[in-house]
Design a protein around this ligand. Structure first.
Ligand SMILES: O=C(O)CCC(=O)C(=O)O
Ligand SMILES: [Fe+2]
Length: 385
């Protein structure tokens, strides 16, 4: 078996693991969503940021999803991460559960076994996740004023399985590139859109901040046609994400869908060399709904990909846990008359919101086709079939 090759100048201390080959794309004609693509390599060119921000404005306001390219990670580096995920999920369940995340207390750090959540009444999911939080030692951590000790921080470092330990240098380098480069550029563009200083949103999103940011390896175990029918083809119910932004590395198995304004669902096409990005709840709160935390879901792939266990690689960006959900003072929002819709809710911290949503995901689905579920402080999250 071929070993994962090291990139020039990158550490070579990871164990030899099989190289990950991305599967072929579907040849099925699907109703694809028409999404904007931002080439982030233009960011530092003269006028580049302003151009990119102008290109992004409508997408973040009306759709909540877009693609980025030119983000400075090669497909080979991305595939190394897919290879690590694949190795981890191939471990026996009894090994994986040793690293189970404390889901009941709203902490996603570690392993989430399949069946942890319900998709339809009495029907549990077929999804496994391994979430790797930031590698920040307690010394480097910027503790927010409302946390007195590192022990109160939502589990940053934890005991990891060998496959993560052996590849830790590379995983941390990959994570840091996203957190310190890619995401910072996106936050600058969003700040420009909101007519705020360019570094405004960066402040609550530093690698050393206490936050639930994580790199996620994910696998959707394929189901038979009969099982798909029983599950109404759903692998994950329509939902919004909890934090600031979600970055989804190219996933050639078609399954992700976005809910459009008119209630229809469109497929998200995975383009080579791209990351799909979506706005999540906290940015929606901070902008009183101007930035759209869009509803999306995962469904059974088309017939030519139905037999594939769909591997995913995602980065979840979340704000420092002590930041409140109150809407930002932005000249744009002020002109539009947008302020927090719910005064009590605006005092909730991002950390409490995210933890409540993680806990809520372990609950049973709302019965009787109800589309809303109370989360915290009188605010609900929306779920759709
Ligand atoms: O697997 C995907 O394409 C999307 C996953 C997702 O929506 C999530 O994990 O929040
Ligand atoms: Fe999601």
């Amino acid at each position: 078996m071929a070993a994962v090759q090291s990139m020039p100048g990158l550490p070579t201390n990871y164990k030899s693991i099989p190289k990950y080959e991305q599967v072929a794309e579907t040849t099925t004609e699907l109703d694809w969503a028409d999404l904007v693509t931002l080439d982030l390599s233009k960011f530092d060119a003269p006028g580049g940021k302003e151009q990119l921000a102008a290109q992004l404005k409508d997408a973040v306001h009306n759709v909540g999803f877009f693609y980025i390219t030119g983000f400075g990670l090669s497909q080979e580096e991305v595939d190394q991460q897919f290879a690590i995920g694949k190795e981890f999920f191939a471990l026996p369940t009894e090994e994986k559960v040793k690293y189970r995340a404390d889901l009941e207390n709203g902490n996603y750090n570690g392993y989430r076994p399949k069946g942890s959540g319900e998709i339809l009444p009495g029907k549990r999911d077929n999804v496994e996740m391994y979430n790797v939080y930031k590698f920040v030692s307690s010394v480097a951590l910027s503790l927010p004023h409302n946390l007195l000790t590192v022990d109160e921080a939502p589990g940053m470092e934890r005991e990891q399985p060998d496959i993560i330990k052996e590849n830790r240098t590379e995983i941390e380098r990959f994570q840091r590139h996203i957190a310190e480069d890619t995401v910072q550029k996106l936050l600058a563009l969003i700040s420009i859109i909101l007519e705020l200083p360019e570094d405004h949103l960066s402040k609550g999103h530093q690698y050393n901040d206490v936050s639930g940011c994580h790199l996620r390896y994910m696998i959707y175990r394929h189901r038979t046609a009969e099982e798909n029918a029983e599950y109404q083809n759903l692998y994950s119910k329509g939902h919004t994400d909890f934090g600031s932004l979600t970055l989804l590395f190219r996933q050639p198995v078609a399954a992700l869908q976005i809910r459009m304004h008119d209630g229809s669902w469109k497929w998200v096409k995975p383009y080579p060399g791209s990351i799909t990005v979506n706005i999540a709840d906290v940015l929606d709160f901070w902008t009183a709904g101007y930035l759209k935390s869009s509803i999306h879901r995962v469904v059974a792939p088309p017939p030519d990909q139905a037999h594939i266990d769909r591997l995913g690689l995602l980065y979840f960006l979340r704000p420092a846990v002590d930041l409140k959900l109150k809407a930002l003072d932005s000249p744009l929002l002020e002109r539009l008359g947008l302020t927090s819709k719910n005064a009590a809710a605006s005092e909730i911290t991002a950390g409490d919101w995210v933890a409540a949503r993680v806990k809520g995901n372990q609950d049973k689905v709302p019965e009787g086709g109800k589309q809303e579920k109370a989360v915290l402080g009188g605010i609900s999250a929306k779920y759709y079939d």
